[in-house]
Each structure stands twice: as C-alpha cells, then as structure tokens.
Ligand binder design. Structure first.
Ligand SMILES: CC(C)(COP(=O)(O)OP(=O)(O)OC[C@H]1O[C@@H](n2cnc3c(N)ncnc32)[C@H](O)[C@@H]1OP(=O)(O)O)[C@@H](O)C(=O)NCCC(=O)NCCS
Length: 168
C-alpha cells in the first residue's frame, strides 16, 4: 500500500540514504535521473516539516523536499520568462530506482497541490553541463512548463551550470 504523508523525524536517515544513492557520484543508470546534493541527516531532522514521504508497504520509497518560495539568492542569476509569484519551491524529488514508474513522483507533487491549492510549484532541472533529461521528461509529463533559465559560472560544484526553471 502506498502512503504519501508529511515525513517524521525518524525518517531522516532513510531520506538521507535515498539522496545519497541517487546522487550523481553514486547513482547507477544515470540516464534515469540523478541528484546533485546529498542532504545531511541532521538537516532533514531539523527541517522535517519541509519533507514529504512516499511509503510503499511500510518502507521509504521516495521523498519530496520543498521550501516556501524560490530562493532569493538564486533570483539574481535567473532570467524569468513567466510568472513565479505565489509558488512553493521543490528543492529535490526522488524515487528509489526499484519503485520508479509507479506514479510516486506524480503523487508526491499532488500531495503539495492538495495541501496548497492556491499555489504553484517551481523546480530547477539542470540542462548543463550535465542535463537531467529524465527529470525534464517527468516534470513536463505531469504538466510543468518552463518559466525561466538559471545560469551561474560555478554552482553545486559545477562550472557553467545551467538549469531550466519549471512551474506547475
Ligand atoms: C524523476 C523521478 C522523480 C520520477 O519519479 P517516478 O515516480 O518514476 O515518476 P512517475 O511514475 O510519477 O511518472 C509520472 C510521469 O512522468 C513520466 N516519466 C517519469 N520518469 C520518466 C523518465 N525517466 N523519462 C520519461 N518520462 C518519465 C512517466 O512516464 C509518467 O508519465 P505518464 O503518466 O504520462 O505515463 C524519478 O525517476 C527519480 O527520482 N529520478 C532520480 C532523481 C531525479 O532525477 N530527481 C529530479 C531532480 S530535479
């Protein structure tokens, strides 16, 4: 049985583990999408209200980490092509490889939508130097549209980092 709900402090280790196993340095089958940041367990514990858990048959199958708005420090490097007002920001979404394609990613976003019906959702999907085509296909499949481009000479350990900013 699939349960999507707010994460609990005791989920911090399992969320950290997923963020590590799908990280660009460790993930297998990189064409299925990778994460750029490993989230420290203590950070998750301290910010647990910003995490949503997808549990399948009792075990952690995926998560969504969000914030209340697009980070102000990224705005200066973002060329906007659409409206980003009144939006929650998806920091990271991840589904364990063995559970991909079962609709968990879509349901994690639906949980945000149901609980914030008046809000949009933003996400950055990197296009260079390493593009995340799987993530772009996933997000556009569920209705996200491009509303901007983020570019920075050095970001998250990458040179000439570019991402599309998408909105649902
Ligand atoms: C991207 C990711 C979150 C998708 O999660 P998921 O649970 O497998 O996706 P869903 O099953 O909910 O798929 C929803 C839709 O997206 C499409 N989709 C999902 N992954 C896709 C992929 N790799 N390529 C093309 N389309 C994809 C599905 O076909 C589905 O469309 P449909 O309903 O029209 O059939 C998951 O593969 C993942 O965690 N990847 C690694 C981490 C990552 O890249 N995160 C995003 C960082 S920005």
């Amino acid at each position: 049985m699939l349960i999507i709900e707010k994460a609990k402090k005791e989920d911090a280790r399992a969320i950290h583990d997923i963020s590590r196993e799908l990280n660009i340095s460790y993930a297998k089958d990189k064409d299925k999408g990778v994460l750029l940041r490993i989230i420290p367990e203590e950070y998750i514990e301290q910010n647990i209200d910003n995490f949503i858990a997808a549990r399948l048959h009792g075990s952690m199958a995926g998560f969504l980490w969000f914030n209340t708005q697009y980070p102000e420090e990224l705005l200066g490097d973002t060329i906007l092509q659409g409206n980003i007002d009144n939006c929650i920001y998806s920091e990271q979404i991840a589904v364990k490889r063995e559970y991909e394609g079962l609709g968990l990613g879509r349901k994690l976003y639906e949980f945000i939508k149901v609980n914030n019906p008046d809000k949009g959702i933003l996400v950055l999907v990197n296009t260079a130097p390493e593009g995340n085509k799987a993530s772009f296909s996933f997000h556009t499949s569920i209705g996200f549209k491009t509303v901007g481009i983020f570019h920075k000479k050095y970001f998250c350990g990458f040179e000439d980092f570019t991402s599309k900013l998408l909105r649902l």
